[in-house]
Design a protein around this ligand. Structure first.
Ligand code: FAD
Length: 641
């Protein structure tokens, strides 16, 4: 929802006024992202902070404003579905923090680096390598920001051994949606720490991350092994990720080549290799290559190790290509290849405006054959890919499940990524149609995949993505750290509704003497339930015999709240729950929550009295949490805390 600028522009604090840019031309880079698919209504302003304190001041201003406006950190715009947009609000151009020099500081003794959330991984690595240190795990593409990556997870070929980027983080500075600056770690404010990692920018802006490091190797032996048999390809990948350090490769990925797709990457293959591989590709509908790397200081040790490993693998004989490179060139390989490709593109290949309708899913190992048969051999059987299809496994025990980011529930799972590039709208739509077919196929087949870098637009899908337990925790954290849903609206998780400033679960008054409680329950969390809210309005109004005759539109503009003059706290809580639970429990799965089941029983009579009809289970369970949250606060208040 767009908050009219007139509602806040006159009150901008002096300290940040000069850093807000309202010039229409400055908006252009922030209305579309790397995906090129979504175009947002422009933000009202671009904010160019010079420090973390500036961001805190902006967020405090947004939060305290009568009409809180949306704010999104814009890392490097690497999103593909508008996740960093802030239509009608303020985009924080994190790159502005890079202007005054690199906020990167390496501790050699501590084996960590303190780095600004706005920094690109390439800069982080350039700095750590100066000290002989490197990242434990690394994304494939280094021109992404630290904050944007940690908000997702950060995966690449070292995840099988070290977990995603988020698992190397030791400490964070976060500015919440209330404008508070909070340092957090596994020991300090741990709920915020784990919540922010993989938290899709919903709980705060990361302004500093402390990231664990390891010694950097001198060189890297980089290999590609070609397979024409899918089973051998995945069996070898799975074998390699089962080996622990110092055995095995230090990096493992893989790609599928469809429909006689040729290789064309002079940054890796010689002309002779290219010809040989493409002759093989001409014979097979599909081919696969396992990409591995061994980090080394001594070439003879690497020779021995690689030789021993290759003996145990089943790639097509003669199709192991390798080269030695320095560590940074290896980690920066995607950018080097992309730059080379762009500079050599001509005619139809080149696109001044490229679209990237990417799809990225994590699939349990037990279903990877189904993906191969249903997707690679089925849905994509006649597709000439424009882009790459990544296909490689990782170990779940290297992920930390306390974090917000999610992964499939199986010991080993694969990342399957179709990274398409389209040069016309027609082309991206056709790729996108196939992406949707893939997702529908997975659903039909009951494949319990998780989207990495997710994009959903309904609350039901978000709940399903996180799973009920994680979702409930996430909603609670949102209530605590961004109760007005100011942050990263482009993720479309918690939508802003009208007059949200007057609706917050944290906003209630309780008169202990008269046992009168007034609760303003509806924050931004339930915007997907607009109709239900309207219904709820009516219900609560009925309960208190107020303006039942008001039109729906009038009701929608009226603050939504319950006001109860009840005899006991217990009755007030019953009233809250009564307003949200369905009249019959037939459609309700068995309550997982003990207090839910108790309340359900106690309230069946009142439900009938107030004639409550449908409301979703999801909202009911979240509401029970709110009731609990209020109960605790009320009890604490009574105890005089
Ligand atoms: P943006 O797109 O600018 O922002 C993404 C989200 O994070 C937005 O919601 C934004 O508001 C929020 N955000 C941005 N900065 C912060 C901050 N400081 N604090 C809190 N929230 C913030 N991912 C991988 O894991 N591995 C890869 O190998 C990989 N390769 C990629 C290659 C390319 C070419 C591209 C375009 C993307 C790739 N990605 C990869 C995906 C990438 O991790 C996400 O696109 C990530 O969000 C991009 O970071 P960004 O800095 O551009 O963030």
């Amino acid at each position: 929802m767009v908050i009219p600028i007139s509602q806040w522009i006159d009150n901008i604090p002096r300290g940040i006024a000069s850093k807000l840019n309202f010039d229409g031309d400055s908006m252009a880079p922030f209305v579309t992202d790397y995906g090129g698919i979504n175009r947002a209504a422009p933000p009202t302003a671009i904010f160019c902070p010079s420090s973390a304190e500036d961001i805190a001041a902006l967020l405090r201003f947004a939060y305290d404003s009568d009409s809180p406006f949306p704010v999104a950190a814009w890392g490097n715009g690497g999103s593909t579905r508008g996740q960093a947009f802030a239509p009608g609000g303020v985009v924080i151009n994190m790159a502005a923090l890079r202007v005054g020099g690199r906020r990167i500081s390496v501790s050699v003794d501590g084996m960590y680096v303190d780095v600004g959330g706005e920094q690109l991984w390439i800069s982080v690595l350039e700095e750590t390598l100066r000290h002989g240190l490197s990242l434990r795990s690394c994304v494939d593409y280094l021109y992404l920001t630290v904050g944007g990556t940690l908000s997702n997870g950060g995966i690449g070929g070292m995840v099988f051994r070290h977990g995603p980027h988020v698992c190397s983080v030791l400490e964070l500075d976060v500015i919440t949606g209330k404008g508070e600056m909070i340092t957090c770690s596994p020991e300090l404010n741990s709920d915020l720490f784990y919540g922010v990692l993989g938290g899709l920018g919903q709980l705060g802006v990361i302004t500093r991350a402390r990231i664990g490091l390891r010694s950097a190797p001198a060189r890297v032996r980089w290999l590609r092994l070609f397979y024409t048999d899918f089973h051998s390809f995945t069996r070898d990948q799975e074998f390699l990720i089962s080996l622990s350090h110092p055995d095995g490769f230090d990096y493992i990925e893989g790609q599928a080549l469809l429909n006689h797709q040729k290789v064309d990457d002079p940054t890796f293959y010689s002309n002779e290799d290219t010809e040989r591989i493409n002759r093989l590709a001409a014979e097979f509908d599909r081919m696969y290559f396992l990409e591995g790397a061994v980090f080394f200081d001594s070439a003879s040790e690497a020779d021995q190790k690689v030789k021993g490993l290759l003996k145990q693998l089943s790639f097509n004989p003669g199709f192991a290509i390798s080269k030695d490179v320095n560590h940074l060139d290896f980690l920066n390989r995607v950018h080097i290849e992309m730059t080379h490709r762009q500079s050599s593109m001509t005619g139809d290949d080149s696109c001044t405006t490229c679209f990237h309708p990417w799809i990225h899913i994590l699939v349990p190992m037990s279903r990877i054959r189904d993906i191969h048969d249903g997707v690679l051999k089925g849905i994509l059987q006649n597709t000439i890919p424009k882009g790459v299809i990544l296909f490689y496994p990782m170990n779940k025990n290297r992920w930390n499940d306390i974090m917000t980011g999610v992964a499939p529930d199986e010991e080993v799972f694969y990342t399957v990524e179709s990274l398409w590039t389209a040069s016309t709208e027609e082309e991206w739509k056709s790729f996108d149609a196939r992406n949707n077919e893939i997702l529908e196929f997975c659903d039909r087949q009951g494949i319990k995949f998780k989207k990495y870098w997710p994009h959903y637009t309904t609350q039901a899908d978000w709940e399903r993505h996180f799973g009920l337990t994680k979702w409930k925790k996430f909603v609670q954290l949102k209530q605590r750290y961004d109760p007005k849903a100011v942050l990263s609206p482009g993720q479309q998780i918690f939508k802003v509704i009208e007059h949200q400033a007057t609706h917050s679960v944290n906003c209630f008054s309780y008169d202990d003497a008269s046992c009168h409680l007034e609760v303003r329950l509806y924050g931004p969390y339930y915007a997907h339930y607009e109709d239900e809210l309207t219904y709820f309005d009516r219900t609560s109004t009925t309960a208190h015999s107020a303006s039942e005759s008001k039109s729906v539109s009038q009701r929608r503009h009226r603050p939504r709240h319950i006001s109860g003059g009840c005899a006991s706290l217990h009755e007030i809580l019953l009233l809250l729950v009564v307003a949200i639970l369905p009249p019959t429990l037939d459609n309700l799965p068995p309550p997982t929550h003990s207090s839910l089941s108790a309340l359900v029983e106690a309230n069946s009579r009142l439900k009938r009295k107030y004639n409550i009809t449908a409301i979703s289970v999801a909202i009911a369970t979240v509401m029970v949490d709110i009731v609990e949250h209020l109960t605790i606060e009320l009890l604490e208040k009574r105890r005089g805390r």
